[in-house]
Design a protein around this ligand. Structure first.
Ligand code: OAD
Length: 241
């Protein structure tokens, strides 16, 4: 990344009318939360179809809860890093023209202070009843294996969008709106292979937004974006403010 590219990105952030941000596991990698793909990604050691699908949960809810419990315990020890904090600061500076879309379920954006956000894949600190569908915040670590709903006594599941499940309608509507309304989209730390998020840069470009990608490496999206900044999110995102 050249100084000119960084300086162009800074001036775009300063002059944008409306900013939307899409984040993925790479932004939390700098806090020590494992990513999904790449050399040390979770999907190298675990099979998504055994752990992150409705069928897996039906087959073996204990195994699925064991895996989520392990991730909850790991994430509970992590803190937001300068990239999360910079995005919370960007929102504070322009609350009416900022929206954050995250694929991350770790809750670190909220801990950093972000409030105008859609957690489109859910949140690992929320549980949902498989019968009465009530969603509750839950920070117990470890959870009892097979946690039960306090309202109706039935099995709880993580409030996560698993493979094969659709995103929530309200999130999809909000994402479509903020992608079409923004004139700058920042795409930070995502491999850009999981839909619908992988299509978000195209939606923003269709309506004329500039798209800036921040990632350690090139991704399938890099050819489509206007500016691709390579480096760690924790180093680069704070420089944009
Ligand atoms: P991935 O693990 O697929 O991709 C992480 C991306 O972050 C890669 O492109 C890395 O190059 C980049 N990266 C790693 N460290 C970085 C750093 N320090 N700074 C900047 N970039 C860095 O994660 P996602 O794209 O978020 O779904 O994956 C999308 C979805 O797939 C996840 O939400 C998850 C997964 O299956 C669910 O859990 C539902």
């Amino acid at each position: 990344m050249s100084p000119e590219e960084l300086s162009e990105a800074r001036s775009r952030v300063a002059s944008a009318q409306a900013i939307t941000v899409l984040t993925g596991a790479g932004i939390s990698a700098d806090s020590g939360v494992p990513t999904f793909r790449g050399a040390e990604g979770l999907w190298r050691s675990y099979h998504a179809e055994d752990l992150a699908t409705p069928e897996a949960f039906e087959r073996d809810p204990r195994l699925v809860w064991e895996w989520y419990n392990w991730r909850r315990e790991l994430i509970a020890t992590k803190q937001p890093n300068p990239a999360h904090l910079a995005l919370a600061e960007l929102e504070r500076r322009r609350p009416d023209t900022f929206w954050l879309i995250t694929q991350n379920v770790d809750g670190l954006h909220r801990t950093a202070g972000s409030q105008r956000l859609s957690e489109i894949h859910g949140n690992i600190w929320k549980v949902r009843c498989t019968v009465c569908a009530v969603i509750t915040d839950n920070h117990e670590t470890p959870l009892p294996l097979l946690p039960m709903c306090r309202q109706c006594g039935n099995l709880l599941r993580p409030h996560i969008v698993w493979f094969g499940e659709s995103l929530w309608e309200e999130d999809l509507r909000r994402c479509d709106e903020v992608l079409r309304d923004c004139d700058l989209l920042l795409v930070i730390g995502t491999s850009g292979v999981v839909y619908p998020a992988a299509g978000f840069a195209s939606i923003a470009k269709e309506t004329g937004a500039m798209v800036i990608e921040i990632n350690l490496e090139t991704t399938p999206q890099s050819g489509l974006v206007d500016l691709s900044l390579q480096g760690r999110a924790k180093d680069l995102v704070p420089l944009l403010l």
